[in-house]
Design a protein. Structure first.
Length: 64
């Protein structure tokens, strides 16, 4: 998953059994470039971290 902080973008692979909670879903009517999902990491290495990703990128998330 790629996520941004400021102007930087990172690609992150979460460890097995990491739990992500969806904090909010933002849909921008008429401008899909601003649609996003905000996440909160409930467990794992990044526990307590919050981040957002574009909806377009979220639709490409792969789970195993």
């Amino acid at each position: 998953m790629k996520f941004m902080y400021g102007l930087k973008t990172w690609e992150v692979i979460f460890e097995k059994n990491t739990i992500l909670k969806i904090d909010r879903i933002y849909i921008r009517k008429g401008n899909k470039d601003y649609s996003s999902i905000s996440f909160w990491v409930k467990s794992g290495l990044y526990k307590g971290a919050r981040f957002w990703a574009k909806l377009e990128d979220c639709n490409k998330i792969k789970f195993k």
